[in-house]
Design a protein around this ligand. Structure first.
Ligand code: NAD
Length: 357
């Protein structure tokens, strides 16, 4: 198969980690007889320097014309004084909206070899955990009606949580399909004991669950979910939730893995085109020093193969190469503090994963 991939390397460590992911994708293409064509476009601070705006139209057009998008990270101290709409990070909202991405997939996996990195006790995370949060990205309270008004105690501010059946079904389907590709367990998280929008969320998810009889479906209140994530994260496989609950729970889930340089993410819309990126930022403190951990971006590349191109075997192969390299004790500097191992540079880690592939 042949695919066109837009590369948005961005700033700081962005170019280093995207180059690593490209090397691994190219190796995978060779191994399985595919062809990936990579085209770089500017985004973030480097785009401000070259074109005066964080998201040039050429970048948007290039991404829209591609089969999928791989992003490094944007931002850095050089552009911190730019006004709000000229900041590098503004480009992220712009590109997500231009590509119509309404789903965020955030895996949170604790590798047994890295369990010392987790802030949770060994008896809780001894066997590691591997969960996927499916977060609605373009609705709910972050986009609802808001403002100031005169209230009972004088001036007050308000924000509104609103979800339509269409929006809930749309994200629900992504979650059920994701569960079908994993262990067929899905937990929907809401606050249906208090919120009307959550009651509609729950009712709609229940109706949808009838279309997926193979998926073991459960509901949980968000306050309980926040507790269960730190009490027994292994009970979860796929979680689906609203924009705000997903924002909070996905950060909690990534924190309990303990290693920001390992976590990938995908943003998806109605088409198979998605945008894949590590959850971390541009790490200006280590940029240009060959110290960055490329694994989050490499795993983002694996997610692209699985979710945009339907190449599950190829994605499994990359993920298993990462597992093997970690189990053999190879680490980048950010993983050294928390576990025994042999420290590698960004390029050396990429070569190790490539060798195992
Ligand atoms: P950060 O994630 O860039 O860095 C936080 C810490 O984690 C730093 O010590 C960094 O060295 C380390 N780190 C991050 N990724 C690493 C990796 N792959 N390997 C090894 N160590 C890694 O967060 P920050 O310092 O708050 O932000 C830096 C810049 O990144 C800011 O301009 C911020 O706005 C931007 N940012 C961009 C994105 C994005 O592009 N999606 C996300 C978050 C932050």
């Amino acid at each position: 198969m042949e695919y066109n991939i837009a590369l948005l390397k961005g700033d700081g460590i962005g170019p280093e980690i995207v180059d690593s992911a490209v090397a691994i994708l190219e190796k995978t293409a060779d191994k399985f007889g595919h062809k990936f064509n990579f085209t770089p476009y500017l985004i973030g601070g480097c785009a401000i320097d070259a074109a005066g705006v964080p998201l040039p139209q050429e970048t948007v057009d290039g991404c829209l014309a591609s089969d999928s998008v791989l992003l490094g990270a944007v931002g850095g101290p050089k552009w911190d004084d730019q006004p709000g709409d000229k900041r590098p990070e503004k480009a992220l909202l712009g590109i997500r909206s231009a590509l119509g991405l309404y789903t965020n997939l955030r895996p949170a996996k604790l590798y047994p070899a890295l369990r010392a990195a987790s802030p949770l006790k060994d008896e809780i995370v001894g066997k590691g955990f591997d969960l996927m949060i499916v977060r609605e990205l373009t609705g709910g309270i972050y986009f609802g009606d808001r403002g100031y008004r005169e209230g009972r105690y004088g001036q007050e501010a308000y924000d509104t949580e609103a979800y339509s059946v269409t929006e809930i079904e749309r994200i629900g389907r992504v979650a059920f399909e994701t569960a079908m590709k994993r262990s067929k367990c899905l937990c929907s998280i809401d606050k249906a004991n208090v919120l009307e929008s959550s009651r509609l969320w729950r009712k709609t998810m229940h109706a949808l669950s009838e279309e997926y009889p193979e998926v073991q479906y459960t509901d949980m209140f968000v306050d309980n979910a926040a507790m269960q994530l730190v009490r027994d994260p292994q009970q979860f496989d796929v979680i689906v939730t609203s924009n705000m609950f997903g924002d909070i729970l996905s950060d909690e889930a990534s924190q309990i893995t303990g290693s920001i340089g390992m976590l990938a993410s995908a943003s998806l819309g109605a088409s198979t085109r998605g945008m894949y990126e590590p959850i971390h930022g541009s790490a200006p403190d280590i940029a240009g020093q060959n110290k960055a951990n490329p694994i989050a971006t490499i795993l983002s590349g694996a997610m692209m193969l699985r979710y945009s191109f339907g190449l599950s075997e190829e994605a499994d192969c990359i993920e298993s190469a990462v597992d093997k390299v970690l189990n053999a004790g190879w680490r980048t500097a950010d993983l050294m503090g928390s576990a025994e191992g042999i420290s590698l540079t960004c390029t050396e880690m990429t070569e190790k994963i490539s060798e195992v592939l």
